[in-house]
Write a protein that binds this ligand. Structure first.
Ligand code: G1P
Length: 297
C-alpha cells in the first residue's frame, strides 16, 4: 500500500445497482423489480435510500435495467393518487407517498444494458459520478444500524480517506466476497486482499463484504479493463483488489445487523426484523408473529 489519494474528498454520491433480475425470489419478481418488494410496510429500496440520506448523500445514481420503471415512478410524484388522497382528506397517507420524493435533479438513472456483473453495473455510473469518491450500496442487503451502516463508514472515511468497505462475520463465505485481514484497530481492519466467492475451505477469513462501499473514482479505469471473474462476471471485488495495490483500503466491521434479502428466507427474516423494529407496529407485529407460530406448533 502506498500513495493514498487526497484524504477525504467529500462523499456526496451513492450508486445503487438495481438492474438484477431477482431470480432467487421468483415468481414474485416476474413482473415487478425485486427492489420494490415490500419489507414490512415499504419497498426494500426505501430503506437503502434512507440509509444513504442518513449518511449525508446528496445524489443517488440508480443503475437500472429493463422492467425497472417502477423504481423511477416510486421516487416521482403520483398526481392522481395525490389528488385523490387530498380530496378525501387522507393527509397521513398523502404524507407517506410524498416522503420518497427528493429535490429535483438529485436522482439519476442509467441503464445497464446487459447483465455482465456488479463491476460492470458500477462502471455504468462513471460519467454521472465523475471524478469524486462515491458510495456503492447493494439494495439486496438491508442494514439495521444506528447510525446507519453508511453513516458509520462515512465517519470512518472522514478520518482515514481512501477506500472503505463494510464487512461482517458469516458462516457461508463461499456465497460472498471475503477479505484477508492484516491488522485491526477497533472496528477498522487493514486489509491484505480480498477474493470473490472463494471455495469454502479456501476462504481467507469469515469476514464477508456486506454490500456497502466507499470508493475512489480511480476504480472506474480498473473496471473498464477488468476481466470476468467468478461466475464469468465482471466483479467489483477483483477491481478493488487491484485498486488496493495503489490506494489505502480498509474494512469496517460496522455495528449492526445485515439482512440478506437475496433469497426467500432472507426476505422473510428481513420482513420480521423490520416489522418488529417499527416504532408504531413493533409490539403488535411481535404479538402477531407469536400468535401465528403458536397456532402452528
Ligand atoms: C455481491 C458482491 C459480493 C458481496 C455480495 C453482498 O455478490 O460481488 O462481493 O459479498 O454482493 O451481497 P452477489 O450477491 O451479487 O453475488
Amino acid at each position: 500500500m502506498n500513495s493514498a489519494p487526497p484524504l477525504s474528498r467529500p462523499l456526496r454520491k451513492a450508486v445503487l445497482p438495481v438492474a438484477g433480475f431477482g431470480t432467487r425470489v421468483l415468481p414474485a419478481t416476474k413482473a415487478i423489480p425485486k427492489e420494490m418488494l415490500p419489507v414490512f410496510d415499504r419497498p426494500a429500496i426505501q430503506y437503502v435510500v434512507d440509509e444513504a440520506l442518513d449518511a449525508g448523500i446528496e445524489h443517488i445514481v440508480f443503475v437500472t435495467g429493463r422492467n425497472k420503471g417502477a423504481i423511477e415512478d416510486y421516487f416521482d410524484r403520483a398526481y392522481e393518487l395525490e389528488v385523490t388522497l387530498r380530496d378525501k382528506g387522507k393527509t397521513a397517507q398523502l404524507k407517506e407517498i410524498e416522503a420518497p420524493i427528493r429535490p429535483a435533479g438529485s436522482m439519476s438513472f442509467v441503464r445497464q444494458q446487459a447483465a455482465l456483473g456488479l463491476g460492470h453495473a458500477v462502471w455504468c455510473a462513471r460519467d454521472i459520478v465523475g471524478d469524486e469518491p462515491f458510495a456503492v450500496m447493494l439494495p439486496d442487503m438491508l442494514m439495521m444500524a444506528q447510525p446507519s451502516c453508511l453513516a458509520q463508514m462515512a465517519n470512518a472515511y472522514a478520518k482515514t480517506g481512501g477506500n472503505i468497505i463494510a464487512v461482517e462475520p458469516t458462516d457461508t463465505p463461499e456465497l460472498y466476497g471475503v477479505i484477508t485481514p492484516e491488522s485491526r484497530d477497533g472496528r477498522m481492519i487493514k486489509m491484505k486482499g480480498m477474493v470473490e466467492k472463494p471455495k469454502r475451505e479456501q476462504a481467507p477469513s469469515n469476514l464477508f463484504i456486506s454490500g456497502r462501499y466507499i470508493l475512489q473514482p480511480e476504480i472506474f479505469d480498473l473496471l473498464a479493463s477488468q476481466a470476468p471473474g467468478a461466475g464469468g462476471e465482471i466483479q467489483l471485488t477483483d477491481a478493488m483488489a487491484r485498486l488496493m495495490q495503489t490506494q489505502s483500503f480498509h474494512a469496517l466491521e460496522y455495528e449492526g445487523v445485515t439482512y440478506d434479502c437475496g433469497d426467500k428466507l432472507g426476505y422473510l427474516r428481513a420482513n420480521a426484523a423490520f416489522a418488529l423494529a417499527n416504532a408504531e407496529y413493533g409490539a403488535r407485529a411481535a404479538a402477531t408473529l407469536r400468535d401465528e407460530l403458536t397456532k402452528r406448533s
